[in-house]
Design a protein around this ligand. Sequence first.
Ligand SMILES: NC(=O)c1ccc[n+]([C@@H]2O[C@H](COP(=O)([O-])OP(=O)(O)OC[C@H]3O[C@@H](n4cnc5c(N)ncnc54)[C@H](O)[C@@H]3O)[C@@H](O)[C@H]2O)c1
Length: 308
Amino acid sequence: MGANEETNNAPDRGPSAGPIAKVGVIGAGQMGNGIAHAAALAGFDVALNDLEREKFDEAMEVIGKNLDRQVNSGKITADEKKKALGRISFAETYADFADADLVVEAATEEETIKRKIFVALCPFLKPDAIVASNTSSISITRLAAATDRPERFIGLHFMNPVPVMELVEIIRGIATEDVTFTRAKEFVSKMGKTVAVSEDFPAFMVNRILLPMINEAVYTLYEGVGSVDAIDTAMRLGAHHPMGPLQLADFIGLDTCLSIMQVLYEGLADSKYRPCPLLVKYVEAGWLGRKSNRGFYDYRGETPMPTR
Ligand SMILES: NC(=O)c1ccc[n+]([C@@H]2O[C@H](COP(=O)([O-])OP(=O)(O)OC[C@H]3O[C@@H](n4cnc5c(N)ncnc54)[C@H](O)[C@@H]3O)[C@@H](O)[C@H]2O)c1
């Protein structure tokens, strides 16, 4: 038999590594629920995992509301919403990923957490299953090394909010094989997203450019150059950004912003990326932005109020 033999146990290349049908998602936070939402809407079966069942239930509530918004704006029908919700199930353990063609890890942006997940996950997967990370900044090559399948490991960097944003950055690790890249790209295209290919350098492209701007906005606040409101108004009206940088930081999550700056700072060894001490202070306070109801704005009232 030749290299292209059509057996079910051909390892990782050739026709057996067909299109993706079932997707696992690890982490049901704002990105995980967005990926589950967009994948289910595109017709994929989705198994969604988090540390507790409660997180999954919360995610399903968010997904339901976000789908409602799409129904109300005429983007999808009520039937499509119902079908999408029906395609998402809870993955209590990694055994529920045994028939997944692709597992996207979207857990907290901490390398030790992600590495532990990959070590525990891989023994349950089909040999040709692809593992992807939605990391914003951590080296794909390094994460791949924590798996048993660096050639079937890839970075799929979705943007927030996933159901709305059109772009996905695809990042190949040093060992990622062509077939993995092609299958992942097909998956992303089927979700209706556009791909931008990035090399595996700290924070890839979007965040390499975006996060230093946000960090600089926090320095501008820290040094008293402007208030939260003044800085955001300046960038909204003066640079035509749809959101001010501090509003955007709250939206991304201040812990995620800090962790991306740390990765840039350490990974590129350049002091121009040093995280602003005020950003560190907000994270230490647990003021993580929208997800914790307080960050550069306080979201507990009817309208967000600047906290400085
Ligand atoms: N927030 C953004 O704008 C954004 C954009 C692109 C990529 N990302 C990346 O997506 C990932 C998730 O970010 P997020 O904003 O959704 O964070 P989040 O804090 O909203 O969600 C993280 C989720 O992971 C869960 N989790 C933690 N450890 C876990 C484990 N061992 N097993 C299963 N679940 C676990 C947490 O309970 C939480 O529900 C990060 O890698 C982040 O860098 C974030």
